[in-house]
Design a protein. Structure first.
Length: 100
């Protein structure tokens, strides 16, 4: 049986964010439907929880990291389309202000 190819790091981040959003939305709907609490405060808390969770999950994207394998790209010169990862060869678009 062939070994499965690993999922790119960015896909794993997207999947985590999706499941956090689905989980919080499902929990909010469940709490609203099972209690007599007003809906707006529950929706507000759910949105705040999603914002905090997504910020925590994506905090590593501030530094130059390969979107394919999460290899640190600090110090690698970026070309016109971005930096080429030495580990997997994925071209990661540049972040931050563009240089002239």
């Amino acid at each position: 049986m062939p070994t499965p190819t690993p999922k790119p790091w960015m896909q794993q981040i997207r999947r985590r964010v999706l499941w956090v959003v689905v989980g919080v939305a499902g929990t909010a709907v469940g709490v609203i439907s099972l209690t007599t609490l007003p809906a707006w405060p529950i929706v507000g808390v759910a949105v705040a929880a999603v914002v905090v969770a997504v910020n925590g999950i994506t905090s590593r994207l501030k530094t130059p990291i390969c979107y394919g394998c999460a290899h640190d790209l600090t110090g690698i010169e970026a070309g016109e389309h971005g930096a080429i990862c030495p580990g997997c060869g994925v071209v990661t678009p540049p972040t931050g202000p563009r240089r002239a």
